[in-house]
Design a protein around this ligand. Sequence first.
Ligand code: ADP
Length: 268
Amino acid sequence: MNDTLQPAGEAAAPVHPMVRFAGVTKRYGPLTVLNGLDLAVAAHEKVAIIGPSGSGKTTVLRLLMTLEEVDAGVIEVDGQPLTHMVRDGQLVRADRAHLRRMRGRIGMVFQHFNLFPHMTALQNCMEAPVTVLGLHRDEARERAGELLAMVGLADKLDHHPAQLSGGQQQRVAIARALAMRPQVLLFDEVTSALDPELCGEVLSVIRDLGRAHSVTMLMVTHQMGFAREFADRVCFFDQGRILEQGPAEALFAQPREARTRQFLRAVM
Ligand code: ADP
């Protein structure tokens, strides 16, 4: 591993990043989706990932969730390799206990909510804390209730997903992710499947979360207005790399690269 690696662009790498991609390459057959990606995200930082379709944005999140494996390079979370461990000075493939520990540090909210349809909102938020973290049911129920209240659903605890609007389902999904007390929270185009009038309520929950919680956030989004307002840093992806990145205001107001300008003109 190379400690001198810096992310592309002018932003300096955080000294102790919460998330770090170093030289990460990911291929699907002949297609190179991520091409030597370097990305370091500081603890508590909120990073928005934007860019054209197919540029590898979602793959970054899927790799962090260990839903995919890298072909080259290293991913670290809180200083520890995600899928490998150091043993006798060598990097070896991690055992299941390490993977489970690392996965527990990361929560993800998906585009299509992915709630358990046969469970109520409350049960959706209790399931993993009980089965994975081993929390007592009473404690899990209390915490799930608090989180659902926080996302504005205190009166929907006993509703099943089918009885909730898309925006409400997505808010349950956010509460469910938080119930695992992750250090890192990933959002994958969480408003893309929602009618425009329902986007606002989900974005507003994420905005409040950002203020109230110190969790590190990585967000793939097509909502440029939200990225601009919410993110500490915006990374523009193109062809599996970060072409340009910087503070949200600077990147949107004065993009340096012609490709970034072209993209922003097309989507804003
Ligand atoms: P983005 O989120 O920027 O739209 P993705 O990370 O989802 O891009 O995907 C990047 C490229 O990888 C796309 O061309 C996509 O079709 C391809 N891809 C993603 N997942 C797979 C897979 N499981 N098998 C083959 N190709 C895939």
